[in-house]
Structure formats: structure tokens, C-alpha cells
Design a protein around this ligand. Structure first.
Ligand code: GLC
Length: 408
């Protein structure tokens, strides 16, 4: 059998998912995450697509990120999902965070990775004054609306804002209203009544979360805009030295649970993607979490430790949307591999990449994979799983400086 050609397969998928057109007087151009399951533009998916696409088509990579800026409101807000081309159907309208079905965007956010993605896919945003101004405005909205304590870190009002929708790490926070649990639509309804305004949510003593992955990607984006690093603040607030793990800071939880008693989820490893994470912390994350069988035995990278009681690959009748309760995701593997490569642990990163190549060659680019067998799960033709190309052929800019390598 011929070896699986990762670049060729990735290009075919991203081009097949490409959509271009005009809506409300604006031009859009981007890849849908998956033609059948996700037929619109998702904020962080588009950022991952652009990173991969920049290896062979810089202009279209830029266009995909530009499309997010085209959707941006004057005040700098960009929604989690941008509904280009056709409105939501009634069935999805219950689960999506829209104020009205006529809206162009949902009213919640996704991890603010855009400025960092721009720096990887296009180049230093500082070299283009109009782009820099637009990204600054976007960050301004996030700071004004989500930096609840004024220390630079962002807070979330719903689990899906983290990108890790139904992660069991949110169950203690939102209880039966957590995502993947039956009453999630009532959380959306309650937040809609508060105009998805984090300060109003907090004032009503409803849960707000200073979440690990969101703040890692936010820190990378702030750095991409030339702002001071917030890694120190992130460590100060979210690192538990005794447990050797990062935990979300939570207010208003339904069943408040101390960090070490919460499910062991992969995002504790996400800070490895930060270039300035202290080595002592990085080493502990690698040796005490990543390399233990609970993560290392799984297809890279299980969303929840294999032996954790919360780990589950089941889909339930009342909701197919049990994402992030167990199975493995390529974007997580990629973010962690950045930290491994930066620390010279190339063998480890290569082994993760190879394991995923074998799985994807067999199963195709699926949304996520059963952590033990690698069986493909969720959506088909899933865009960000093409980050596999980044895993097998890392670019210099993410391994310790220098210009991005161009792929073949
Ligand atoms: C799921 C994922 C989310 C992603 C979306 C589109 O909701 O949890 O992170 O952006 O699908 O792929």
C-alpha cells in the first residue's frame, strides 16, 4: 500500500470544504469545518484551517482570517459561529447562541486565537496597520467584556466558549445545565435573557469560568500583537503547584469541586504551547501528565485521561453533542506538540505524529477518534484534523524562531 500522503489529503479536504460568496453586502471566503455537520464558519476552526492552508495558498489562508474580521461588529466582537450564506434552521436555533435567527453571528465567543493564527498563517500583524487596528479592536472588546478582574485574563459564561463543549470539567460548574447534559438549552436561554453579558451573568451569581485553554490561546494572541506576556498571570491564577496541574478558576459553580478532584482533562497540558512557560512547569506536565499511561496510551490526545471515571466515548440519545468527554482530538495533539518541539523533545512529538498518521490513513480526517482503538467518530471531512500536516512537518516559527517553512 502506498504511504499516506498527508499534504495531498489535507489540501483536498480543505479545498472541498471551501465556500465563497456574498451576504448582506459582505464577501466571505472560508472552509466549513465539515460540509454536513458544520455548514458555517466557526471562529477557531477557521484559524486552524488558515494555519494549515498557509503552507500552500497564502492568499486563501489570509482570506479565511479576513472573513472573520469582515464579520466583526464595530465594537470588536466576533461570534463563535458566523452564519454566512443561509440562516439557522429551527432545530439548531435552540442549541446555538443566537439572540435572533436573523443574526449574522452567535452572541458567544470561542477561544481568541485569531491574532496568533494571523501571525502564523500570514505574518506579523504589526506590519499591516489596518489589520493591526482591527485585531486591536477585537482584543479591546474581549478585554472590556470578559476580563472580569482587570488582570488581563478572560472569563467564559458557557462551556462551548472554550471550544471544548461538553468537557466533563464543566459538570461541577453548570451541573445539569452543562453541555452534553439534558438541560443545556436552559443555560443558553438564561444567558440570552442577560444578553450574553458576562458582567450581568456574574452579577446574577451564575457561573463564570477563567478557563485554561482560552487563556493560553489569548496569551499567544496578545503576544502576537506585541503586548506583554500574560504567562506569569496565568500561572499565578491557574497553576496548582501541589497537584502539578492547571485548573480553571470558577465562580458560582453549582457543585464547587477543588481542582484535584475534578476530571483529568487534556487542557492542563495546553500551556505547553506557551513559549515562555517556565521549564520546571513544562517538565512536570510532560513527565507527570503527558507521559503517564492515562494520556500516553491513548491516540494523541485524549480529551479526558483514559482511566478517569469521567472518560466516555458514548453518544447518547438526547444529544449527539458529547464532544470532549473522552475521544482524541488532533488540535490538542498539535498544541501540545508545539511545546515538546520547543523543548527539544522531537522524538516524543514525532511519535505522536506517527501514531496519528496511522489512524488518519485508516479512518480519514474525522472530527475525533476513539482514544483506544482510533475508530473515527463525529463529523466527516473535518477541517482542523488537517493540522496533522503541522504535526508531521513542523514549521520553524513554532519550534523556536525563524521564518515558517513552506510545505511541498
Ligand atoms: C464542536 C467543537 C467546537 C468546534 C465545532 C465546529 O462544537 O466542540 O470546538 O468549533 O464543533 O467544528
Amino acid at each position: 500500500m502506498a504511504a499516506f500522503d498527508v499534504p495531498a489529503a489535507a489540501r483536498t479536504l480543505l479545498e472541498g470544504n471551501w465556500r465563497e460568496g456574498d451576504d448582506r453586502g459582505r464577501h466571505y471566503a472560508f472552509s466549513v469545518p465539515s460540509p454536513r455537520s458544520y455548514p458555517w464558519q466557526w471562529y477557531w476552526d477557521s484559524c486552524f484551517h488558515a494555519i494549515v492552508r498557509s503552507r500552500y495558498d497564502g492568499a486563501k489562508a489570509r482570506a479565511e482570517l479576513q472573513t472573520l474580521l469582515t464579520a466583526m461588529r464595530d465594537d470588536g466582537f466576533i461570534g463563535h459561529t458566523v452564519l454566512w450564506g443561509h440562516p439557522l434552521d429551527v432545530r439548531r436555533a435552540v442549541r446555538y447562541n443566537i439572540a435572533s435567527r436573523a443574526d449574522l453571528m452567535t452572541s458567544t465567543i470561542q477561544p481568541p486565537i485569531l491574532a496568533w493564527a494571523w501571525s502564523l498563517a500570514v505574518g506579523d500583524p504589526g506590519e499591516d496597520p489596518a489589520i493591526k487596528a482591527a485585531l486591536d479592536r477585537h482584543h479591546g472588546w474581549l478585554r472590556a467584556n470578559r476580563d472580569l478582574d482587570g488582570d488581563g485574563l478572560l472569563w467564559l459564561i458557557q462551556p462551548d466558549e472554550s471550544g471544548m463543549d461538553a468537557s466533563p470539567k464543566f459538570d461541577h460548574v453548570w451541573g445539569v445545565q452543562a453541555q452534553g447534559r439534558p438541560l443545556f438549552p436552559t443555560l443558553i436561554h438564561a444567558n440570552r435573557r442577560r444578553a450574553f453579558d458576562a458582567r450581568r451573568v456574574q452579577a446574577a451569581r451564575r457561573p463564570v469560568v477563567c478557563e485554561v485553554l482560552t487563556n493560553v490561546l489569548w496569551t499567544l494572541s496578545e503576544q502576537a500583537l506585541g503586548r506583554p506576556s500574560m504567562t506569569g498571570r496565568l500561572v499565578e491564577r491557574l497553576w496548582d503547584e501541589r497537584a502539578g496541574r492547571f485548573f480553571d478558576d470558577v465562580r458560582g459553580a453549582r457543585r464547587p469541586t477543588p481542582g484535584p478532584a475534578r476530571p483529568a482533562t487534556w487542557d492542563t497540558l495546553a500551556p505547553l504551547a506557551l513559549p515562555d512557560l517556565p521549564d520546571a512547569i513544562a517538565d512536570r506536565l510532560i513527565d507527570e501528565v503527558l507521559l503517564t499511561p492515562r494520556f500516553a496510551d491513548g491516540v494523541p490526545l485524549p480529551a479526558v485521561a483514559l482511566d478517569d471515571p469521567a472518560h466516555s466515548s458514548r453518544e447518547t440519545w438526547w444529544g449527539r453533542h458529547r464532544h470532549w468527554r473522552g475521544p482524541s482530538w488532533v488540535n490538542s495533539a498539535w498544541l501540545v506538540s508545539l511545546g515538546l518541539r520547543r523543548r527539544g523533545r522531537h522524538e516524543l512529538a514525532d511519535a505522536m505524529a506517527q501514531r496519528l498518521v496511522d489512524v488518519v490513513a485508516r479512518e480519514g480526517f474525522r472530527e475525533y477518534y476513539e482514544s483506544r482503538t482510533g475508530a473515527g467518530m463525529g463529523a466527516h471531512d473535518f477541517g482542523w484534523s488537517t493540522l496533522l500536516w503541522e504535526l508531521v512537518d513542523p514549521r520553524a516559527a513554532t519550534t523556536g524562531g525563524g521564518a515558517p517553512e513552506t510545505g511541498s
